[in-house]
Design a protein around this ligand. Structure first.
Ligand SMILES: Nc1ncnc2c1ncn2[C@@H]1O[C@H](COP(=O)(O)OP(=O)(O)OP(=O)(O)O)[C@@H](O)[C@H]1O
Ligand SMILES: [Mg+2]
Length: 236
């Protein structure tokens, strides 16, 4: 099953600080989106907000036309949203397998221990180990597997390739392509903009909390994105 996501005139605050300003975007069922922008642009704020982790916001967010509850992680998970958080945030007091079990929810879908292990065979080999004993790439795979275990319709991936070698980044993106083939929409935040765009239908750039660029991901030019990143005029 796939769902649509619609965000209209979204503003959000961390205490007094306004991190998102009048953000609007839409994701059609089965579509994927690359969310890019400089440090502090508001990318993580948007993903965390969608998962109920930023309670102070105004605007409208709907999933298949149903309003998303404010600041309610359980409701966000039930609605089909799951986060692969920046920094992974794995539970090191638990084993690999226990981290996957913690991610499970009441939602029905294709993802269980067996299918996550098929996607990432190395996690099956390491299932009794602590996350801190894994390589960075294996930890990222575990973070993806934990989020998938909730059987989301939309997987929100924050800084998906941060700190990983090019070879491992390729493996992670190959796995995401398989996830997408199962009908899961992706929202991908990655400093490697061309990688993220190659895996997406649409690209949205944030600049100081505002949407500074929005277009199809295929064919977007480096010059257009550079301007949107830094708020400078495009060179002619
Ligand atoms: N919990 C918080 N309390 C106060 N300010 C915050 C909090 N989280 C984020 N901010 C601020 O909100 C703004 C947006 O931060 P956010 O983490 O969403 O940006 P980002 O685009 O994910 O950046 P990065 O590329 O560095 O991960 C920044 O100015 C940041 O300092
Ligand atoms: Mg971030």
């Amino acid at each position: 099953m796939t769902i649509s996501l619609r965000i209209d005139s979204l503003s959000a605050w961390h205490d007094q600080f306004q991190a998102l300003r009048d953000v609007s975007l839409a994701l059609e069922p089965g579509q994927s989106l690359a969310l890019v922008g400089a440090n502090g642009a508001g990318k993580s704020t948007l993903l965390r907000l969608l998962c109920g982790l930023v309670p102070n916001w105004q605007g409208e967010i709907t999933l298949d036309g149903k309003p998303l509850a404010r600041g309610n992680p359980r409701a966000a998970s039930s609605a089909g949203l799951a986060l692969v958080p920046e920094g992974r945030l794995l539970f090191d007091s638990l084993t690999v397998e226990e981290n996957l079990l913690v991610g499970q929810s009441a939602r029905k879908g294709p993802w269980d221990l067996a299918t996550v292990y098929t996607l990432f065979p190395v996690l099956a080999e390491r299932r009794l180990q602590r996350p801190s004993t894994l390589s960075g790439g294996q930890q990222q795979m575990l973070a993806i597997g934990r989020a998938l275990s909730a059987n989301p319709d939309i997987l929100l991936c924050d800084e998906i390739s941060l700190g990983l070698s090019p070879l491992v980044v390729g493996e992670v993106y190959a796995a995401l392509a398989q996830v997408r083939a199962q009908g899961v929409s992706l929202v991908i935040v990655d400093q490697d903009v061309s990688r993220a765009c190659a895996a997406a239908d649409q690209v949205v750039c944030l600049l100081e909390g505002r949407v500074s660029h929005q277009s199809a991901a295929q064919g977007v030019t480096a010059a257009a994105l550079k301007a949107a990143y830094f708020g400078v005029a495009t060179e002619q």
